[in-house]
Design a protein around this ligand. Structure first.
Ligand code: PMP
Length: 290
């Protein structure tokens, strides 16, 4: 991914893609003092741009560091990066980390860096293909107790168990893995939140030990606008067999129906389709949609 044309914004200026490098003694690399965002630009506008910048700063605070750029500066830097790369529909990846001045668990005075990369990332599938649904494995690792880790931070360190879980799932032929939480409740996927449908109601786990996704909250609002009742509650694995439909939500996944979770089968139906289509309309800039 490092060997391509284009520009990456780094600590206040745009640098050629291949020159956006860090030293091997970077604290973020050794001790996971790094946080990131995942955003999407649709038709030249980053969807919920400011919310993502604010979440990035919040994620850093939870790891005890402050990003030396304001929300407004981060917003402007993201737009400048898209412009430099000539992109209107793209994935946007800000990342902030502790630098290399001191090597050790404590690195209180290390410089805090911020970089922003953008790349083309079209929605993979047409709606008909998406409606077939993806297959999910059940992950071995659980989301940690909020008393064990800053579980609401989009912290690089929390993705270690996600990568392991996703690799295991892919090796078995699944698209992704469903993770339970430390109490054994259904939690989320490795990079997306999860929703279920039963008897015309939408059910989703309470986001108390994993990322309360920006897409998750958008989808809850879209459901309510449609008059679909949304129940945020504790969902146990024993219930997985009782749902009719399932879908996952995230900036990258958008709204993607699920056809299988381990031994359980779902048939993506009208409610999933309605929510998927409503999300597409929601993220499409209004002028472009007209
Ligand atoms: N959970 C995890 C672990 C994620 O990585 C993501 C993607 N950022 C989400 C949920 C969904 O968050 P969002 O809707 O804000 O992209």
């Amino acid at each position: 991914f490092h060997d391509r044309d284009g520009f990456i914004w780094m600590d206040g200026k745009l640098v050629p893609w291949r020159d956006a490098q860090v030293h091997v003694l970077t604290h973020g690399l050794h001790y996971a003092s790094a946080v990131f965002e995942g955003e999407r630009a649709y038709g030249g506008a980053i969807y919920k741009c400011t919310e993502h910048s604010a979440r990035l700063r919040k994620s850093a605070e939870l790891l005890d560091f402050e990003i030396p750029f304001s929300v407004a500066e981060i917003d402007a830097a993201k737009m400048a990066t898209l412009k430099a790369n000539g992109q209107t529909d793209a994935y946007v990846r800000p990342v902030a980390w502790r630098g290399s001045e001191m090597m050790g668990v404590s690195a209180q005075h290390n410089k805090i860096h911020l970089a922003i990369a953008t790349w083309e990332w079209p929605s993979y599938f047409d709606p008909a293909t998406k409606m077939k649904g993806i297959r999910l494995d059940i992950a071995e690792f659980r989301r940690p107790d909020p008393a064990t880790a800053p579980s609401t931070s989009k912290a690089a360190g929390l993705y270690m168990i996600c990568t392991i879980s996703k690799h295991k799932a892919e090796k078995k032929g699944y698209a992704d893995a469903l993770m339970f939480d430390w109490q054994g409740r259904v939690a989320e996927c490795t990079g997306a939140n999860v929703f279920f449908i039963k008897d015309g109601q939408v059910h989703t786990p309470i986001a108390d030990c994993f990322l309360d996704g920006i897409t998750r909250r958008t989808v809850i609002d879209l459901c309510k606008k449609r008059g679909f009742e949304v129940v945020e509650r504790r969902i146990m694995p024993e219930e997985l067999s009782s749902f009719n439909e399932c879908f996952i939500t995230g900036t990258a996944a958008e709204v993607t129906p699920v056809s299988e979770i381990g031994p359980y089968r779902y048939t993506p139906g009208n409610m999933s389709k309605t929510i998927m289509d409503d999300y597409t309309v929601e993220v499409t800039p209004k002028a472009a949609a007209a």
